[in-house]
Design a protein around this ligand. Structure first.
Ligand SMILES: Cc1cc2nc3c(=O)[nH]c(=O)nc-3n(C[C@H](O)[C@H](O)[C@H](O)COP(=O)(O)O)c2cc1C
Length: 190
């Protein structure tokens, strides 16, 4: 499929079966993720692939994040709620957590490495489409918390960019009617 058509017809799809994704396919996807452009050769890409029982760890991190903000996390109501949150890690057979490593190079702006990893996330979504998989990019407050970085075993200072849920589609999503760029664009021709 020509790349322009692939980009145009890609849609996020959170509806996935429980069927696992072949690790070789995941490696193929991550190998194109690290094809994103990068400034200063920082190699900022950091990925964590969570699957199978590993999703219990993610569920715990998600629940702990919310529990820290609760006055009474042990109340029966909150315990029930946090139980539901833990199950959210099981919405997909695979979750790829993408982060940008903190660089030691003085001239490096962190926002550039985050831009590189953001481009990787789009590469992941497009690769998933090319391989017939469904994918959904999620974030939320959890993503930007230092506790999450540490709990998921990333190095301190890593900026998490996304949790990409990946799986086999339960249902194909129709292509969306997209906007044109006109209203977002100014041209300076002279
Ligand atoms: C950085 C980023 C974070 C996102 N986080 C969430 C999220 O936490 N929950 C959610 O429902 N959608 C989230 N989205 C939106 C979906 O991933 C998706 O892009 C959106 O629903 C539009 O669908 P489309 O990709 O088919 O255009 C996020 C998108 C981006 C780019």
């Amino acid at each position: 499929m020509p790349i322009i058509e692939a980009i145009r017809t890609r849609t996020s799809n959170a509806l996935m079966t429980e069927q696992d994704v072949d690790p070789d396919l995941i490696r193929q996807i991550l190998d194109v993720a690290v094809c994103s452009p990068v400034h200063h050769k920082t190699d900022p890409w950091r990925f964590l692939v969570i699957r199978g029982e590993g999703r219990n760890n993610l569920g715990r991190v998600m629940a702990d994040h919310l529990a820290r903000e609760m006055e009474e996390p042990d109340s029966p109501k909150n315990v029930r709620f946090l139980g539901k949150i833990r199950k959210k890690a099981f919405r997909a057979p695979v979750i790829i957590v993408a982060g940008a490593a903190k660089s030691d190079k003085d001239q490096v702006l962190m926002c550039e490495d985050v831009a590189t990893v953001s481009a990787s996330c789009q590469n992941i979504l497009l690769a998933a489409k090319a391989l017939g998989l469904s994918a959904f990019w999620r974030t939320g407050g959890l993503t930007y918390s230092r506790d999450t970085v540490v709990s998921l075993g990333f190095e301190e200072g890593t900026e998490l960019v996304g949790f990409i849920y990946l799986g086999h589609p339960k249902k194909q999503m129709p292509a969306k009617v997209r906007q044109t760029s006109e209203k977002f664009t100014r041209w300076m021709n002279e």
